[in-house]
Design a protein around this ligand. Structure first.
Ligand code: PLP
Length: 376
């Protein structure tokens, strides 16, 4: 039994005919950049998300960078982010000469909290980047209200949560994750919930002006060919990736449901283990389980990881180090310890979750976790 964190091979075999045909059409047309597949995917994704504009680009990190450039932020401007996230969120902020301001996260959802954001706002604050970590939406309604009050932009990092639904607690209004802020950014990296067969990404927005601004930045700062209004970047989704995504978008809801079934099975299997805190489901968001991330509360997280590796069950630590303690980001750190972030870095462990989990593999994984705790 060969267990992996993500099984892209079996998934491909299930959609091979469709994917191969779509890719062959691109090669046959030799329309490798832009063209019908990119347009069709953009339109289908706009429809799926119920958003006015999708702007495809080369990867999720670029999407974040394009959003920040298009908003016209200036060097020294502060951008509030969670300290417990993937590096890309903070990296583009530093790269553009802005200052990432890291805040602590919620101990149950692992997401940024409106009270911590509010406490971090200064006259230099220009934007907030909520990250919908592991597949669950941050509580966006109060964040949007706070942003409006302080005249701040909100950029959702939706790289891990595409396909999820957020329900605004006060109105009951439902929105797809990534369509609530001024911009939403996502990644089509192969192992993401909607992944292509290389690199890809996109921005989402309901604002016509912001859509236009992002398109200009992503295309060398030009609004008209060979007329450059701004310093931009070259960031495109290529047609072969769009062709793959055209097929996979049709299955995104099925894929989300398959991941949720794995998560439910884990929840059930581990319910009696007091040293494990399984993922908390927020009432305002669906969970698309990009990761199934538990907390090991008896101090034996690393021992569990080693034990599982001996059983040939893979697991991952997302993320082992608070961003502010990373060498590259220490320059932004004032020495304040964020206790929830610190604790999560020491206690979290992610188990395999993907669309192709078999009962046998699931049994092996849950059996191994239970065996570890049974010995204690
Ligand atoms: C994957 C990811 C990104 C970056 O996406 P790439 O396509 O790899 O550039 C950004 N933010 C988060 C939270 C991610 O998980």
């Amino acid at each position: 039994m060969n267990i992996s964190m993500v099984d892209l091979k079996t998934q491909y075999l299930h959609i091979k005919q469709e994917v191969d045909r779509e890719i062959a059409e691109v090669i046959d047309s030799t329309q490798f950049i832009g063209g019908a597949k990119v347009t069709a995917f953009r339109e289908n994704l706009e429809q799926y998300l119920g958003v006015k504009h999708v702007i495809p680009c080369a990867n999720g990190t670029d999407a974040l960078q394009i959003a920040m450039m298009a908003l016209g932020l200036q060097p020294g401007d502060e951008v509030i982010i969670p300290a417990f996230t993937y590096v890309a969120t903070a990296e583009v902020i530093g790269l553009l000469g802005f200052t990432p301001v890291m805040t602590d996260v919620d101990p149950d959802t692992f997401n940024i909290r409106v009270d911590h954001i509010e406490a971090a706002i200064t006259p230099r604050t220009k934007a907030i980047v909520p990250v919908h970590l592991f597949g669950q939406c941050a509580d966006m309604e109060p964040i949007m209200a706070l942003a409006k009050k302080h005249n701040l932009y909100v950029i959702e990092d939706n790289a891990q949560a595409i396909g999820g639904d957020y329900t605004a607690p006060s109105t009951g209004l439902k929105s797809k994750t990534g369509t609530i802020g001024h911009y939403g950014c996502t990644s089509f990296f192969p192992s993401k919930n909607l992944g292509c067969y290389g690199d890809g990404g996109a921005l989402m927005t309901n604002d016509d002006e912001l859509a236009k601004a992002a398109r200009i930045i992503a295309n060398h700062g030009q609004s008209k060919q060979y007329y450059h209004d701004k310093i931009g970047v070259n960031s495109r989704l290529d047609a072969i990736q769009a062709a793959v995504l055209l097929v996979k978008l049709k299955y995104l809801d099925t894929y989300c449901a398959a991941r949720a079934r794995v998560a439910d099975a884990y929840d059930q299997a581990f319910a009696g283990i007091s040293a494990l805190k399984t993922p908390v489901r927020a009432p305002y968001s669906t969970h698309v389980f990009h990761q199934y991330t538990m907390q090991v509360t008896d101090g034996r997280r690393d021992a569990l990881k080693t034990f599982l590796a001996e059983q040939e069950v893979p697991s991952m630590i997302y993320y082992p180090v608070p961003l502010y303690k990373q060498e590259a980001f220490k320059q932004y750190w004032n020495g304040t310890i964020l206790p929830v972030t610190e604790r999560l870095c020491e206690t979290v462990i992610s188990l395999p979750v993907h669309t192709e989990m078999t009962p046998e593999v699931l049994e092996k994984i849950t059996g191994s976790v239970k065996a570890f705790f049974a010995g204690s």
